[in-house]
Design a protein around this ligand. Structure first.
Ligand code: DAH
Length: 341
């Protein structure tokens, strides 16, 4: 019996000499200690022994089993450590190598400027309302005090889809749609794409505008001046000044065009402002009473101010971009300049 046990001991030790992976350790455990392993089988022989020999035989087998389990466990620990070390070496990262920078997109300059304008006005309590790009003659013209035969229709080279349906040439219909839905106090911005049959260095057939409208009791030209003064200080430099020039729009009375001191020369005169020191940025005025009335607002109780600005124009002034078409060419080199990461 002892001879048989010793043989097993020698075999286990010889086998352990050559194992080098956890898988081989597993196989070895099965070979000796598994259900049909060699040591487990020794136990089964017990029934063939004389009863008085069984107890000591069982004790010896158990001792052998414990001994073998122990030396396998020791080896297992070594193999495990070796495998972990090898894994670490395989997966080692050289942290001194330069990293690969993930390329991330950035906002288009028109979106940067649009967000800045919306932020400036939203900070003053304005809400945003977006109207449809395909709209009717009524919302684009008639409800804005521009009847069918009005000469002001020549101001916009409108793209018609049918007699009464058109691509909106301005975002001013946003005024009407808001006033129809909401009673004063109203304080909204209506941003979006607009379309005109016009195409050169300073005009694009599709461009973006933001319309602003405030309707409440006692709204005056002073409020308009204060509001726009604050806006240009946020948008350009804090020392930027505004000036109102008399103008004409059918939907406002009085109407003004608003100039700001040139952001490049600060009013001294340069090529951007053509030597005048001033740059025109938007049209505005006090909402024509007819427009209020047509949209169901009592013009004896309420008055309103409105303004409309072109996002491309402001972007070109702010960044000194001479040709509007650059904004739509998707030239990555150009666009990357606005990535302020
Ligand atoms: N709708 C005008 C345009 O497209 C811009 C404008 C001027 C809007 C004066 C206004 C305004 O609300 O009061 O040129």
């Amino acid at each position: 019996m002892q001879v048989q046990f010793n043989e097993i001991r020698t075999k286990v030790n010889a086998d352990l000499e050559i194992v080098s992976s956890m898988k081989e350790i597993g196989d070895l455990k099965a070979k000796y200690l598994g259900k049909s392993g060699e040591i487990t089988s020794l136990m089964r022989c017990m029934k063939d022994l004389a009863p008085d020999q069984r107890a000591s035989y069982g004790k010896f087998v158990n001792e052998l089993k414990e001994e073998v389990s122990l030396i396998i466990a020791k080896k297992e620990e070594q193999v495990k450590q070796a495998e972990t070390l090898a894994k670490y070496e395989r997966e080692a990262v050289d942290i001194t190598l330069p990293g690969e920078e993930a390329s991330v997109g950035s906002l288009h300059p028109l979106n940067i400027v649009k967000n800045k304008i919306l932020d400036a006005f939203c900070g003053m309590g304005f809400e945003v309302f977006e109207g449809p790009e395909i709209d009717s003659d009524y919302y684009c013209f008639q409800a804005l005090n521009i009847p069918k035969d009005h000469p002001a229709r020549d101001m916009q080279d409108t793209l018609y889809i049918s007699d009464n349906v058109l691509l909106r040439p301005h975002t001013s219909p946003g005024q009407v749609r808001t006033m129809e839905k909401k009673q004063p106090p109203i304080k909204i911005l209506s941003p979006g794409r607009v379309y005109r049959a016009d195409d050169d260095a300073s005009h694009s057939p599709m461009f973006h505008q933001i319309e602003g409208l405030v309707v409440d009791k006692g709204v005056s030209l002073c409020d308009l001046k204060g509001l726009l003064d604050e806006f240009v200080k946020i948008m350009f430099d804090s020392d930027t000044k505004t000036r109102f020039r008399p103008s004409y729009f059918p939907f406002t009375e009085p109407s003004v065009e608003v100039d700001v001191t040139c952001c490049k020369c600060h009013g001294k005169g340069c090529s951007l402002c053509k030597g005048t020191g001033w740059i025109e940025i938007l049209g505005a005025g006090i909402v024509n009473k007819n427009v209020l009335e047509m949209s169901g607002i009592d013009s004896n109780v309420y008055s309103g101010l409105a303004f409309g600005l072109g996002i491309e124009r402001i972007t070109m002034i702010k960044y000194g971009i001479p040709d509007i078409r650059t904004l739509f060419e998707s030239n990555v080199k150009f666009l990357k300049q606005f990535n302020r990461r």
